[in-house]
Structures are given as structure tokens and as C-alpha cells.
Design a protein around this ligand. Sequence first.
Ligand code: KG4
Ligand code: ZN
Length: 329
Amino acid sequence: MKDIITLGIESSCDETSVAVVRNGREVLSNVINTQIAIHTQFGGVVPEIASRKHIENISDVTKEALKQANITFSDVDVIACTYGPGLVGALLVGVSYAKALSYAINKPLVGTNHIKGHIAANYITNLKLEPPFICLIISGGHTHLVHIKDYQNFEILGKTRDDAIGEAFDKVARVIGLGYPGGPKVDKLAKEGIANITLPKTRFENLDFSFSGIKTAVINLHHKDPNINKADLCASFEKTVTEELLDNTIEAAKKLNITKIALAGGVSANSYIRKSFDKLTEQGYEVYYPELKLCTDNAAMIAGAGYYEFINGKTSDLSLNAVPNLKLE
Ligand code: KG4
Ligand code: ZN
């Protein structure tokens, strides 16, 4: 079969990224221009600034992705761009650019769901991974437990009822003065602490999650005692949220009689979460993660997800629009 080269474009939040991926799983280039340094001054992503920076960067990032992959536009078979979920202004930059490019170079376009991209990051790192499996998507915007029935068929088993887990990490970090983005900073500091503080853990009858309670509890503890040991607080926070993730994931796996579990999204880069899920292998589970660079937002994962849509006959026309609250199912 002829190789299919996908040009992936991602601009849903604060990363402008363009990638070239062969047959959905082999990364030829994955250029990521992150705006973290700019948004850090404001303690979080400023949507208007994000859009402007995407506009400034997208063309150069695309050229660099082609150069690193050693190809030209004529080698591209399909363009995959994130059209949701995400910040509307940020998404529109990638979508408009992808549409213009598709028209100019006369190549098909596939609008791609960002969450499906996070899932597809696992296919790139774990070449043997095939559906069915359970995927726990934990990022700054999402917390979803999903049954991946096949490459195109997903069922949401549970999701957060309030904050995404990454939001909780970022908020905790901000309140205790660690800065933005908080996840990696909490990860680092927690290693120096002991999980000796009891925090509330949520458990619903179904497989939903909730992180606003624990977030508020951490904030209140810090306000009551600003000298509280921050490392212990981070370690306790990580331990409690990880237990919630594990409880629901194991319950889902047992219910569906599935032993393959994959994690995805920015928070799946967390070292304590990985160490804890790794222990599931002792109980007979197979556990998969994307490599660290593919956990957070990047265009290789979008090219990967777009490829599976494309080979299943899905393409988009030039009426494609950004859908900020795009759903997975
Ligand atoms: O997947 P992502 O890049 O963007 C969204 O689609 O939301 O995820 C970003 C989130 C942020 O909340 C960030 O703090 C978190 O992932 N994150 C981490 C770690 N690295 C990134 N959270 C915990 N531990 C980490 N090592
Ligand atoms: Zn993301």
C-alpha cells in the first residue's frame, strides 16, 4: 500500500504546532512553538494573545516542519487540523490556515478532534497498541475515561463533573506560589514531600470524576496556614487524585473485561501518576503512555488521529469551522 503523509496542524490553546507523520504512526517532524513564557506573566493562557501568537508563528512553524521532514507540500497527501475543542480564536487560526493551504495545494482536509489526537499519541509511541483498550485522557481541559472500541468508535465511560484534573494541578500550583503551568512544578515539588495530609476524594455511583473539592480543600489549608509544608501538600494532592483515577480506571477495566489501559494528555506526563499506574502491570494489566513530548499538545498526535479519519473516508470541506466545545462521541 502507498504511504500516506499527513501534515498535522494544532493551535487549540497555547502551542502552535505542525507535524509530518507517515501512515499515522511514524513521526517525520513535530515542531512545537510554545507560548508558555508569554502566558506565564499573566498566570494562565490569555486567549487573545494566544490567537495573535498563532498568527505570527504558524507559517514559519509549517515551513520548519516540512524542512525537518525533508519534504515539500507536493509530498503531502492530507492536511489534518484541530477544529475543537479549545479556544475559539486560537482554533480559528489553525483551521483557517489549514483550509487556505488545502485550497492552495489542492490536498484533502480533515478536521480533527483534539481529544482524539491525545488518544492517537499512544499509537505513535506504542506501535503495537491496537483497540480495544481503555484510555484515560487527563489534560488541562479534559478528564475522560473512554472505551476505545476501534480507531473510530469511542464510548465515554466517565468524565469530570467540574474541573479538569490539569486545571486543579494548575490552580493548586498558583495558590501555593509555584507559578504556571503548575502541573510539572507540583510533580517536582511532590517528590520532596510526604503524602501525610488527608484530602477529600470523590466517588460517584458511575465512573465520573470531580476535582473541585480537593482543589478547594488544598487552597483552604494553605490560606489557613501559609507556612504549611508545600511539598507535603503537593504529595498529598497527587496521591489523592491518583487514587481517584486508579479507582475508576480499574472499575471500568473490570466491568468491560479489558486489560489494556492507556493514559493520554498533559497530566499523563506526571511521574507519580505513571509510577502508580505502572504497578497495575503486577495485576496483569498492560499499561501504555505516550512519550513525554507527545503527552502535551503537539501536531503529531493530530496528524495521527487525522490519518485514521482519512483512511476511514472522512474529509472536511472548506466550510469547516472551529467548534470550541466539540464532543468526543
Ligand atoms: O494536554 P495539554 O497540553 O493541554 C490540554 O489539552 O489541556 O495539558 C496541559 C496540562 C496543564 O494543566 C499542565 O499543568 C499539565 O497538563 N501537566 C502536568 C504535567 N505536565 C503537564 N500535570 C501534572 N504533572 C506533569 N508532569
Ligand atoms: Zn490537549
